[in-house]
Design a protein around this ligand. Structure first.
Ligand code: ZN
Length: 253
């Protein structure tokens, strides 16, 4: 029998299977994203002290199967892991489920995901302490894109590297960043005009620790559009949770 492996993990997705099993998608700290089956999860309080639900933060014990795609989850416990408080408020649920979906979308099974795990844990921890805010969303999106390999540039022009001093810059999806007004005419691609305040807000949010983001100035609709267009360019489907989150946050945070 393969040896038992252990890692902290956040449950990204979960569903019932057969009479008493759960099938879950886990983002583990040490082994990347894993699909697993927890036999008897609904009946065994002993082995599954923590329910395996989205947002559960657990120490998961599992064995790999030689030919199966799903690992066998043998136990899941809270240990001393930070527990998230998401599900008592609609805005938190909307932003939290969006974070889970975006993380799931940008990670591949078996790839290294330590950065993704740390970012998700920090972001859900911040969300547990604050109401949902556009600043938290945007800071998380920029970080998620960064660990996925797409560090977006908002502070300086992608062409001439000068810090823009005009009233607007232009976000070009294919360049993953902004160009300044002077360089814009030499760049053939379509671009989204960003007010300097929005570009500066995104540059700041991208550089701040997540723990300090609550209450920070967020980018306006132009900045949100730039991020959304970039996400659309690398994800081949619209995120299920994005519209709901947009409708919640448009209430004016
Ligand atoms: Zn330039």
């Amino acid at each position: 029998m393969p040896a038992e492996e252990t890692s902290p993990a956040v449950v990204l997705r979960a569903r019932d299977y057969a009479e008493s099993d759960r099938i879950v998608t886990l983002l583990t700290r040490d082994y990347g994203k894993l699909g697993g089956i927890a036999k008897g999860a609904k009946a065994s309080r002993h082995r599954f002290e923590r329910k395996l639900e989205p947002f559960s933060h657990v120490m998961v014990h599992f064995r790999r199967r030689p030919h199966g795609q799903l690992v066998f989850i043998t136990r899941a416990e809270a240990a001393d892991l930070l527990q998230f408080r998401i599900e008592d408020e609609l805005g938190r649920i909307a932003l939290g489920t969006y974070m889970l979906e975006l993380t799931d979308t940008l990670t591949v099974e078996s790839g290294d995901a330590t950065d993704a795990y740390q970012t998700l844990v920090s972001a859900l921890g911040v969300l547990s302490e604050h109401s949902a805010q556009t600043a938290i969303r945007q800071a998380f999106e920029l970080r998620a894109l960064r660990w996925a390999g797409f560090g977006l540039e908002f502070a300086q022009c992608r062409v001439c590297a000068n810090q823009a001093d005009t009233e607007a810059v232009y976000f070009v999806v294919g360049r993953g960043g902004v160009v300044c007004a002077r360089c814009r005419s030499g760049v053939p691609e379509a671009a989204i005009r960003l007010r300097m305040e929005s570009a500066a807000a995104l540059a700041r949010l991208g550089a701040m620790a997540l723990e300090e983001v609550s209450g920070a100035t967020s980018a306006g609709a132009d900045g949100a559009l730039a991020i959304a267009r970039f996400l659309n360019s690398i994800v081949d489907r619209k995120l299920r949770t994005a519209d709901f989150l947009d409708s919640i946050l448009s209430g004016g945070t």
